[in-house]
Design a protein around this ligand. Structure first.
Ligand code: ADP
Ligand code: MG
Ligand code: MG
Length: 246
């Protein structure tokens, strides 16, 4: 009953081998954390799961609910329920955050949107994220601060309700208050039935108040160690040193 299953995944970026045989199983409802030094391939893993065409799968496969998605487009994967929050979200002029979310929900469900219910849900989630109501009417990410962009990503995640959300460095560059707010948003997502999370991070601030099932250490394109939530604290104290020599 795996949600996401990755088998011996090898990925090249511009002809260079970055991921060197990743195995990963995520079940519905689980939260997995990927930690590792800079350049280890964490973001590459996120983009590969999402199907970014710049990331070439040269071996292995990725499946979602038992269905091979290795060759699916990003669009198709999004419709099947995978969401990726970017390290550096794009700024899109001419489309508001609110319509962006509405379009994304429509794309995914292919059904007419219940506008009133959506507005209500949007308002509730924006309150949870301490976002001013008028943010929904502003152009997507244009002129947003780093923290506001991250909150907008979490808002999209909550509204789209994917089966698997991948959060790449969602806490980078956030002040303490913004980390707490974003963390509350992630917690809200964890409370949804069967929602699974893959949290990529090299810091641990955001994890302090979140439930974590598994922590994986990624070094040089390979998962070299898997542990439970306590591994987060250990990395926090001692860094990645002991995993680099393994
Ligand atoms: P991490 O997220 O763990 O810091 P990345 O996945 O971003 O690591 O990068 C892993 C390696 O792949 C690095 O050597 C990086 O330079 C390279 N890489 C990743 N994405 C690209 C890209 N789009 N173009 C060129 N090189 C890339
Ligand atoms: Mg990265
Ligand atoms: Mg859950």
């Amino acid at each position: 009953n795996s949600l996401l299953q990755i088998r011996n995944l090898k990925v090249n970026v511009e002809e260079k081998n970055i991921l060197k045989g990743i195995n990963l199983d995520i079940k519905p409802g689980e939260t997995h954390v990927i930690m590792g030094p800079n350049g280890a391939g964490k973001s590459t893993l996120g983009y590969s799961i999402m199907g970014n065409p710049r990331y070439e799968v040269v071996e292995g496969d990725i499946s979602l609910e038992g269905e091979d998605i290795t060759k699916d487009t990003t669009d198709k994967r999004a419709k099947k329920g995978i969401f990726l929050s970017f390290q550096n979200p794009l700024e899109v002029a001419g489309i508001s955050l609110g319509s962006f979310i509405k379009n994304a929900i429509h794309e995914k469900t292919q059904k007419p949107i219940k506008l009133f219910a959506m507005r209500k849900e949007l308002k509730k989630n924006m309150e949870l994220l301490n976002m001013e109501e008028n943010y929904a009417d502003r152009d997507l990410n244009v002129g947003f601060s780093g923290g506001e962009k991250k909150k907008a990503e979490i808002l999209q995640m909550l509204m789209l309700n994917p089966k698997l959300a991948i959060l790449d460095e969602t806490d980078s560059g956030l002040d303490i208050d913004a980390v707490r707010t974003v963390s509350n948003g992630i917690k809200e997502f964890q409370n949804k039935e069967d929602s699974a999370l893959l949290i990529i991070t090299h810091s641990t601030k955001i994890l302090e108040s979140l439930h974590v099932d598994y922590t994986h250490i990624l070094v040089d394109g390979k998962i070299v160690y898997t542990g439970d939530a306590s591994l987060v604290d250990e990395v926090n104290e001692n860094g990645f040193e002991r995993f680099l020599t393994a």
